[in-house]
Design a protein around this ligand. Structure first.
Ligand code: ZN
Length: 347
């Protein structure tokens, strides 16, 4: 039995003892959890009890954005040692699956992902995890930053899918946590400027604290006009749609340059009509993103090098005992909050 933050049913969280698997396999490590980020998906399970086909039918431990310290290693583990500071990739694929063999293990139909029903998450003091999906942090990268690698990996996946060329101009719809992660990954990937559009000025101010992120406040500013002015009428080389709304999906297609690329990152709640002819008339390349594959080491390298600084995005940290308050704060969705974190460790 271990203490954990348990989603009992929609809108009901408890911090209580629960029976969790604790057996250490030969290729696993045990990790004392230090910091866990509260993700939009955790909050959505809390408020709605489901995301698409994934329905919470039994009590489930929340949390999937975590960093901590290795406390025990399996007999076959070679790359990690007790005391290593690490962060963990929350999706565990079947490593023998066709998807894994192809290098696209994020779309393995049998992937087990923390805090996606029926799989428990990591808001508990200790977890067992495959060493292959556990990554050492550089000494100067904090646990709090380590717990930011998960959402940043989505930005990295989007930037990689876009096949950015040095000097590209990018446009991002939505200045939420993922929109900002995508913008930072796009800059790290070689974009000269990233324009970010949102309806909420406070969110844009958070994004625009970074050099080369330019805010576009809708409806005051017209994204297509701003991007035309910035690109001699050509448009954005790369567009990342991160809002998942009908209007922003249309805007994404309008703002993209001829022969440009649109990456669909945001997830519309319901199916949305898409202006295919507009996309065809510019021969746009379209890409989609589902989580990430092979991005953790690269994301950690960018944090370690100092090229990407995620610290300004950590809005508030709650103690483990105050986990429910942390979730209620996240539900309030303050426009200036990017990431709420929960601290379990004492380091
Ligand atoms: Zn997340």
């Amino acid at each position: 039995m271990a203490k954990a933050l348990v989603l009992e049913e929609t809108r009901k969280l408890t911090l209580r003892d629960i029976d969790l698997p604790s057996e250490l396999g030969p290729e696993d490590v045990r990790i004392d959890i230090d910091t866990v980020g509260v993700c939009g998906s955790d909050v959505h399970y809390y408020t709605h009890g489901r995301i698409g086909p994934f329905v919470v039918e039994e009590p489930m431990v929340l949390g999937h954005e975590a960093a901590g310290v290795v406390s025990e290693v399996g007999t076959a583990v070679t790359g990690l040692a007790v005391g290593d500071r690490v962060c963990m990739e929350p999706g565990i694929p079947n490593t023998r699956s066709k998807a894994a063999k192809l290098g696209v293990y994020n779309v393995d139909p049998s992937v087990r992902f923390w805090a996606t029903p029926p799989v428990h998450g990591c808001l508990t003091p200790s977890v067992v995890h495959p060493a292959a999906f556990t990554f050492r942090l550089p000494d100067h990268v904090s646990f709090a930053e380590g717990a930011m690698v998960e959402p940043f990996a989505i930005g990295m996946q989007a930037a990689a899918r876009a096949r950015i060329k040095p000097g590209d101009v990018a446009f991002v719809t939505g200045a939420g946590p993922i929109g900002i992660m995508v913008a930072l990954a796009a800059l790290a990937g070689g974009c000269a400027k990233v324009y970010v559009a949102d309806l909420v000025e406070e969110k844009l101010q958070v994004a625009a604290q970074y050099d080369n992120i330019e805010p576009i406040l809708i409806p005051r500013d017209d994204p297509a006009a701003v991007l035309r002015a910035a690109t001699e009428g050509w448009g954005a080389d790369v567009v990342f749609e991160c809002a998942g709304a009908k209007a922003s999906i249309q805007t994404a297609l309008e703002v993209a340059a001829p022969a440009g690329c649109v990456v669909w990152v945001g997830m519309p709640v319901d199916p949305v009509p898409v202006d295919i002819v507009l996309a065809q008339s510019k021969e746009l390349r379209m890409e989609t993103v589902f989580r990430y594959a092979n991005m953790y080491d690269r994301a950690i390298a960018l944090l370690g090098s100092g090229k990407v600084d995620l610290k300004p995005l950590i809005s508030e940290t709650f103690a483990f005992e105050d986990s429910i308050a942390a979730f209620d704060r996240a539900v309030e969705a303050h426009p200036t909050d990017v990431k709420i974190q929960i601290k379990l460790g004492t380091a």
